[in-house]
Every structure is written in C-alpha cells, then in structure tokens.
Design a protein around this ligand. Structure first.
Ligand SMILES: *Cc1c(COP(=O)(O)O)cnc(C)c1O
Length: 369
C-alpha cells in the first residue's frame, strides 16, 4: 500500500465526523425520506428524494475520498456504465468495448445503443494497446478483465485516447481504488460495480462513476437526476458501512489470493492458472507497473467441466455463486454463462477466511477432482 492509500484508508474512517455538531450521531444516519421540509425558496436545500439524499451523499463523499475525485453513486454497476453511455454518447458516435470483459456492457450496446445510432466495436483487453482509438467517442476498458484477468497498460491507453480525442473509461471493479487508480494513470473516467468488493458483503447492488472532469460529471449527474437511476438510501447506508472495512478486507483477500495462486501454480489437478501476481503470467509485468496489489480473483482451468463442477461443490469454504468480491470465498464455472473460456475454467474469488484453513479446503477439494 502506498503512503497516500494509507492516508486515504485512515481518512475514510473519520471523514464523516468533520462536520459534526455536539450531540450529532457519529454513525452515518439512514435518512429514509423522499420529502424535505421546504417552505419558500428551495434553492440550496435538499429538495426531493430523486435529487438529493443525505445518506447517498455520505456514501458518495466516501467514494470521492477513495477516488480523489468527485463521484456519483448508482443503484448498480450497470446503472453506472449505462449512465456514462447515455449521458455522454450521441447518435453517430462509436464506442469500443472489451470483447472479454463484463458481458452486460456489450449486451447494452448491442440491444439499446445500436438502435440509437451508436456503433459498438469490441477488442480483447490484451490487444487494446495496438488498437487505433481515433474513431471512438468512448473507450471502455477493464483491467484486469472479468473473467479472463488480462490487463491493458492504462497509462499508455490514456495517452493514446487523449491524442485521438476519445474518452477513456476504466471499469475498476476487480481492483477497487486500493489496488489500482485509473484516474491517476490518466483515464478520464472510472466506473465500478460496488456490488462486489467495495461493499463486500453480498447484500446490495451499487455502482459509481468518478471523474476529475467537472463538465462530464455535471452531465452525468443531470442524467441521473432526470433518468432516475438513483440509489436507495438503505443500500447507500449499507455500502458506506461496507466500505469502512474495504482496506482491511482487500488486503486480506489479496494476500490470501497471492498465497493460494503461488501454491496452485504447479498443482497437478489444474491445466492452467491466471493470476497477475504470478511471474509466469502474461499480465504480470504491466500489472506490476500499474497495480499496487494483484487482486483477489484467480482464474483456474480444470481439465473438464465435470472436474470444475466437482471442485466447486466439494469445497466447503467455496460458495458456488455468480458475482465475486464478498467476504466469503466464492467460485463459478464461467462457461455456464457462455463466456468465451474453457469448459473447465473457474473464476475463484478469494474471501476473508483465514488463509491456511482456506488453502487446506481448496487443496482437499482438488485432490478428488
Ligand atoms: C458485476 C460487474 C459489473 C456490473 O455490476 P452490477 O452491480 O451487477 O450491475 C460491471 N463490471 C464488472 C467488471 C463487473 O464485475
């Protein structure tokens, strides 16, 4: 962790007490109100539940602190990605999406952006560096990509996007601001599914957009206000609570993932492994330059679909579930959703279980695959 990350981690636990008056609650209050007492001139006050809410503003303040940039909270990761697309693109624009990234972004483009005259192209994450960005109004990249864990050089991509006049948005879901800082690397926009590790407790959907470009953020804020993609106060309250432990959870998850990946690297039950922290991984060099940790996701390929299913079901400390980033380790065979991966490919999301106990359970489950 860098000194600045440490400072942000400490500030996160105290930022909300800065404006307290004597007798105010220390924990973030849950304000479950659509109406605000508003006689006379409404300017300068909270007005209506779709425009403002003190609880989601508190969660946004926490996100802004972590991103070191203004942030807007959304009711899901996809709502954040959709807001960027709908607020910033117009008919005739082209968008570039990762062919190996989160599938719903491609679906959104194909099903809803294309009929509005916005053309989407796709490119594998590992080949983005060679792609001319001139034709694109918006480039959305994911690094490391979900589920394949390929990376792209964000600083180089940001440079190339600037020269070409394209906006670069990085989906930072798999890393969180404690593992990778796309805005500091030159990206214009960062988006994240806070449903995953940011919240970490698998009990809500949320997402955010952050950018230091004031004009873009104003446009996206206005889009949210009129399209109505605002988070529920209770979810925002839970997210703020979840984020309070992000740094501790993320550190534990990444440390354990590094240990598990090292031990799995030459495991006879596997036919392949992807983890950017392994020196042998093709993502390692770029990952080491731009990430302060290697994340908590490991891509495992078992020889067959049956072996993969068996591994997941046989391990008592693996929750068989889609999604990732929870305090509990989880895994799934991604081919069941049609991802372009081998039938035995498993995305393993390492949780907060004590590392040695988790390792023993994983090793045991692999023994009888
Ligand atoms: C889960 C995920 C999303 C979508 O988030 P939701 O909260 O499910 O809408 C977007 N990008 C990535 C990389 C994800 O893993």
């Amino acid at each position: 962790m860098t000194d600045l990350d440490a400072l942000r981690a400490a500030q996160l636990l105290h930022y909300s007490s800065a404006g307290l008056n004597k007798g105010d609650p220390v924990a973030t209050p849950l304000v479950q109100s659509t109406m605000f007492h508003l006689p006379g001139d409404p300017a300068g006050f909270d007005q209506y539940g779709r425009y403002d809410n003190p609880t989601w503003e508190a969660a946004q303040d926490a996100l802004a602190l972590l991103e070191d940039a203004p942030a807007l909270l959304f009711p899901s990761g996809m709502a954040a990605i959709a807001a960027v697309c709908y607020a910033l693109l117009k008919s005739g624009d082209r968008i570039l999406l990762p062919s190996d990234g989160y599938f719903a972004a491609r679906k959104l483009a194909e099903r809803f952006l294309a009929p509005m005259g916005i053309t989407a192209d796709t490119c594998p994450t590992a080949e983005l560096a060679a792609k001319p960005l001139g034709p694109y109004a918006l480039v959305l990249a994911e690094s490391p990509s979900n589920p394949g864990l390929d990376v792209c050089d964000i600083a180089a991509l940001a440079q190339s996007a600037k020269v070409s006049g394209a906006l670069l948005a990085i989906d930072n879901t798999t890393m969180t601001p404690f593992g990778q800082r796309p805005l500091d690397l030159g990206a214009e926009i960062v988006v994240s599914a806070d449903t995953k590790a940011m919240n970490g407790h698998s009990d809500l959907l949320a997402g955010h957009v952050a950018s230091r470009n004031e004009h873009l953020m104003q446009t996206i804020a206005e889009w949210r206000k009129f399209a109505g993609a605002i988070p529920a106060p209770h979810d925002a309250w839970l997210l703020a609570r979840g984020m309070a432990t992000l740094e501790v959870r993320f550190e534990r998850m990444c440390e354990t993932a590094s240990m598990v990946a090292r031990r799995l690297a030459d495991h006879p039950a596997l036919s392949a492994i992807r983890f950017p922290g392994l020196k042998s991984d093709r993502s390692h060099e770029t990952a080491s330059r731009q990430m302060s940790r290697y994340g908590f996701l490991i891509g495992l390929t078992l020889p067959t679909q049956k072996a993969a299913d068996h591994f997941i079901e046989a391990c008592p400390l693996i929750q068989p579930a889609t999604s990732f980033g929870g305090v509990h380790t989880s895994a799934e065979r991604r081919a069941r959703w049609g991802d372009a991966v081998a039938p035995g490919f498993v995305r393993l999301s390492i949780g907060c279980e004590p590392a040695d106990i988790l390792w023993e359970a994983i090793d045991d489950a692999l023994k009888d695959t």
